[in-house]
Design a protein around this ligand. Sequence first.
Ligand SMILES: Cc1cc2nc3c(=O)[nH]c(=O)nc-3n(C[C@H](O)[C@H](O)[C@H](O)COP(=O)(O)OP(=O)(O)OC[C@H]3O[C@@H](n4cnc5c(N)ncnc54)[C@H](O)[C@@H]3O)c2cc1C
Length: 285
Amino acid sequence: MLKVRTEGEGRFPGIHKGLHCRMCGSLSGMALAQHYGDEFRSLGGEVKMGAEVAYVELSEGEHMFAPWADVKALSVVCSTGERFPAKEVLFACGAWSHQILSRIGIFSGVLPKKRQLFGIKLGDPSSVLEGLEPDKVPAVILPAGGTYIKPMLKKGMMLVGLADELGQPFGMADPDPDPDYFETAVRPVLSHYLPGLKDYELKLKWAGYYAYHWPDKNPVVERVANIYWASGTSGSGIMKADALGRVAASKVLGLKEAELFDGSRIHVDDLSLRDRNVEMERFVI
Ligand SMILES: Cc1cc2nc3c(=O)[nH]c(=O)nc-3n(C[C@H](O)[C@H](O)[C@H](O)COP(=O)(O)OP(=O)(O)OC[C@H]3O[C@@H](n4cnc5c(N)ncnc54)[C@H](O)[C@@H]3O)c2cc1C
């Protein structure tokens, strides 16, 4: 384990119990994407990299059509001018869903918010270690704002993330990681809960976007005409990819239910905007 202080103080709650999830692990997102790409190709699909969708070509032109007109997507057109005609179009463009779909008058129900991850280099990894081997220390979620730590102590590193809410705008205006955020939000949490952690340096920083559907933070699978979208993964889309893909595929095929990996079944429209039927996702960090 990490040597964690359990007493609370000020805005940092005390730790009364810890839950150890024995079945948890970590996986490579890149390897998973590669796997899905290979599977898709083996079914006869074609994967095109670097193809940026510039716009969706609608059957009645861009706008000013009568509300009763039978408007649908004819194709997606890439910034290179290449055109991909389709009977049905599914957008799985994560945090970019709003940017792409709002342009053609679709409210995706999903908005992006910047999220950051920091990598610190430890002078002496043993200063935070309690008992176990450095490569057997599990990831930890602390009670302060859901700060999560992924120790990589064999490499003398720890990854730390913490999601801010009020004050962090929805949108994609500022894609760069912000070291000031590390100082004001992350460093105080580390100082409180890991008192042994004194000698370290901020070495790496990344920023990306979570795709949120408010208020329940569960994914959205919806359709307008022949345009479908699957998004709203709230920062756990790697874990949810398999289930979400199955629901999206069922939706496009016009099925009412999807079968998940473990054999359980889900009503496809439970994830829609119109007939939504989900609980609030509370485990969002
Ligand atoms: C800091 C951080 C940490 C995270 N940690 C975890 C984690 O531990 N576990 C987990 O499960 N998830 C995690 N996530 C979330 C996870 O990365 C996402 O939920 C997941 O990638 C969503 O998958 P997606 O396929 O829906 O969208 P994305 O992976 O975002 O893919 C969308 C793709 O659409 C492309 N695109 C956008 N616009 C266009 C366009 N006009 N034309 C063509 N392509 C376009 C984008 O380039 C992108 O490649 C994390 C996210 C962040 C930011």
